[in-house]
Design a binder for this molecule. Structure first.
Ligand code: V47
Length: 368
C-alpha cells in the first residue's frame, strides 16, 4: 500500500485525505468522520488515487465482467414505489406477464449468469417462481441463477405463509445460486418512507440477507443514491452493510445504483454533479474493507462514467445484460445491453486487465 501511495502527499490538497491515506497504510478501519471527509472533499483526483490504490492492492489490475442476461418475468406489482417506473398495477395497459415459453426463449447455455427479478405479482403463487427457476436451470445448466431481491423473498413468504428461511431453502433447492442486491434502496427509515413506503424495511432487507448467508447463499448489496438522501444516509447505509458482512462474509459485490427520475413520482429531483458518483464509488471501496468487489452499474452511470469509475475503486463492470428494462423505463440513456468485446475493450482502454467471471466470481478467462 505504501508503494502504491508513494508521493501522494505532494499531490493532495485535502488534509483529511492525507489522514485517511495514513490510516490505509496502517491498515486501520475508516470511521464515520473519514467517510464524511470523503463525501465532502473537493480533491477528487486524490480520492481516486486512494480508492484505486486499495482496489489494486486487492485485485491488481484485474477488472471483472460477466456474460449475463436480465430477465423480468412480469412488471405487475402490488406496491408502487415513488422511484420506480417499471412496476405496473394489474390491468394497466403497459403491464405484462411472460409465459414460461417466452422466459425459456431468452435463455441460452452461453450465459454464465441469469439475473431474474420482477414485480410483486398479486396473483402468482410462490410455486410459479420455483417453477421458473427449475425450468431456467434445466434449459441453461451451465449458467448460475442469481434471482429475486430480498423484497421479493419477503413477498414470497407473505403469499406462501412460509418462513423466510423456508422460502430461501426452497429457492436454493430449485436452483438459485445467489441473490441480487436490489431492494436495499436506502436504509434510512425517513428517506425510505419518502421514496418507497409500503416496501420491506431496511432492517428486514438486512435480516433476509443474513438468513441467506447463514444457509450458504451468497448475495450482493445495492444503494439507490441521487434522490433525497444526505451524506449521512449514505454513510449509515454502507455502515450497516459493513457490520452485516463482518458477521456473515456472504456478500460479493456492493453496487451503487444512480437514481433515474424519468417517468417516476420523483421526477422533480435535481441531477447531482458527477463528482458525487465518484465519491460514492470511492467511499464504497475505502469504507467497505470487507467487500471483495465494488461494481459500476453502467446501466445507470452510463458507459463513459462507468469506465471512469474504474479509477475510483471499481473492480467489477457487471456484464452484457442483453436487455435491461427496469432502469430504462426510468429513462436511462445507456444501451440496453453490450457484447463481451465491448467490456474487453472498455476495461483495457482504461488501463486495466479484463477478466471474465461467472456469477460466483470464479475466473473464466483473462484477456491479456
Ligand atoms: O433495487 C428501480 C433500482 C434496483 C430505479 O445484484 C432504479 O448484481 C435507478 O438490484 N432509477 C434493481 N434505479 C437493480 C439491481 C441490480 C442491478 C445490477 C446488478 C445487481 C446485482 C443488482 O433497480 C432496485 C432499485 O434500486 N431501480 N427504479 C430508478 N428509477
Amino acid at each position: 500500500m505504501e508503494k502504491l501511495l508513494n508521493g501522494f502527499e505532494s499531490l493532495c490538497f485535502d488534509q483529511n485525505l492525507i489522514k485517511i491515506k495514513n490510516k490505509l497504510i496502517a491498515e486501520e478501519r475508516l470511521d464515520f468522520n473519514d467517510a464524511k471527509a470523503i463525501m465532502e472533499t473537493q480533491d477528487i483526483n486524490s480520492l481516486g488515487i486512494l480508492s484505486s490504490s486499495v482496489k489494486e492492492k486487492m485485485h491488481g489490475k484485474k477488472v471483472y465482467f460477466v456474460v449475463n442476461r436480465h430477465i423480468n418475468p412480469s412488471n405487475v406489482c402490488a406496491i408502487s414505489c415513488k422511484f420506480c417506473a417499471f412496476g405496473k398495477p394489474k390491468g394497466h395497459s403497459d403491464a405484462y406477464e411472460m409465459s414460461m415459453e417466452k422466459i425459456l426463449s431468452l435463455v441460452s447455455n452461453e450465459l454464465k449468469e441469469i439475473h431474474i427479478v420482477g414485480g410483486l405479482h398479486p396473483d402468482w403463487e410462490f410455486e410459479k417462481y420455483l417453477e421458473i427457476v427449475k425450468e431456467v436451470s434445466k434449459a441453461a445448466p451451465d449458467a448460475h441463477i442469481k434471482a429475486f431481491t430480498a423484497v421479493e423473498i419477503d413477498w414470497f413468504s407473505q403469499i406462501s405463509g412460509k418462513s423466510i428461511g423456508k422460502v430461501i431453502s426452497e429457492l436454493m433447492t430449485a436452483g438459485v445460486d445467489a441473490l441480487p442486491g436490489g431492494g436495499a434502496e436506502i436504509f434510512s427509515p425517513e428517506i425510505r418512507k419518502k421514496i418507497c413506503t409500503p416496501k420491506t424495511t431496511g432492517d428486514s432487507w438486512l435480516e433476509i440477507h443474513r438468513e441467506a448467508h447463514k444457509q450458504g447463499l451468497p448475495s450482493n448489496a445495492t444503494i439507490l443514491y441521487g434522490h433525497l438522501e444526505s451524506y449521512n444516509d449514505v454513510i449509515d447505509h454502507i455502515s450497516r452493510l459493513r457490520d452485516l458482512q463482518d458477521d456473515t462474509n456472504g456478500f460479493f459485490a456492493f453496487i451503487p445504483v444512480l437514481f433515474q427520475p424519468y417517468n417516476t413520482r420523483l421526477s422533480k429531483v435535481k441531477p447531482f454533479p458527477f463528482s458525487y458518483d465518484l465519491k460514492v464509488h470511492s467511499l464504497a471501496r475505502l469504507y467497505l474493507d470487507n467487500f471483495p468487489y465494488i461494481k459500476a452499474y453502467w446501466i445507470t452511470l452510463g458507459e463513459k462514467a462507468a469506465q471512469v469509475a474504474l479509477h475510483y475503486g471499481v473492480s467489477d463492470a457487471d456484464g452484457t445484460i442483453v436487455s435491461e428494462k427496469i432502469i430504462h423505463d426510468a429513462g436511462a440513456k445507456s444501451e440496453i445491453g453490450h457484447t463481451r468485446d465491448f467490456f474487453v475493450k472498455m476495461i483495457k482502454d482504461a488501463g486495466y486487465l479484463p477478466v471474465e467471471r461467472d456469477a460466483l466470481y470464479n475466473e473464466l478467462k483473462v484477456y491479456e
